[in-house]
Design a protein around this ligand. Sequence first.
Ligand code: BEZ
Ligand code: FE
Length: 309
Amino acid sequence: MSGLIVDSPEAKQLFTRASGLDGTGGDERLKRIVQRITTDLCRTVEEFDVTPTEFWTAVGYLTRLGQANEAGLLVAGSGVEHFLDLLVDEKERQAGLAGGTPRTIEGPLWLADAPLSKGEARLDQDPEQGTVLFMEGQVRDADGTPIPGAIVDVWHANTKGGYSHFDPLQSPYNLRRRIETDGDGRYRFRSILPSGYGCPPDGPTQELLNHLGRHGQRPAHIHFFVEAPGHRKLTTQINIAGDKFLHDDFAFATRDGLIPEVVRHGDPAEITQRGLNQPFMTIKFDFALNREAENLPEAVVLREHAKAA
Ligand code: BEZ
Ligand code: FE
């Protein structure tokens, strides 16, 4: 016996009953998970001598977190979303999978059904004083064969770090597109360089981060889902090199292999050729998808998403 109340026969019976494990109905796996979480929570309360006032403060906090629709932010900021990536990486490694573009977190700001086009797209539809960005590359499988007809779903923030749909000042689907790769597996798009995202300063996620002595900032980044039949869906992001928060992302999403070179083009002839009147940036980035196979962890993750009106 540990001497802790949480390990007493009475507490154990309480957690068994509360999780439904003493009955026959319901989902056995869920029951065992609920029992574990309840027991671990109560162990933390007992071992840290959490006072009732502290406990109910936390309950109130979680209520406000849900009301503010920030659960997805806290999951990212707590590092748990990145941890889920580490788990899938390890399962894939054990299954002998290697060579694909690294995955990284999805985050809570994707929107379904972005406009679809073939080969290329322009993402920025709202007028903004941003630096023009041209990004292009190829989608290939792990042995280098181009994949025509792959879907590159791309989304990113504007120059203020805001995402359309969540930011009422942007038009629907601004900076969100789906691009079908051409016959050579190529995609390309024009957009503007994004700024990094910051948690709402008065929201519950930032409130907790303040108590932890942490900031709630992300480096500038561009999100991608890349999908093709017979291949594992890739969820990833690229980071914009040079950002102050590049290796200090509150959501822990920066990974080796996801920081392409950003090339600045200031030559007047090149600027004119592109129909612009200011220097612009280019990024080249190829995606490598692994083939789908049995006994691999799921690559298509089902989670609740915001829905366009
Ligand atoms: C983002 O992609 O910008 C993001 C990711 C995690 C939490 C909040 C925002
Ligand atoms: Fe983002």
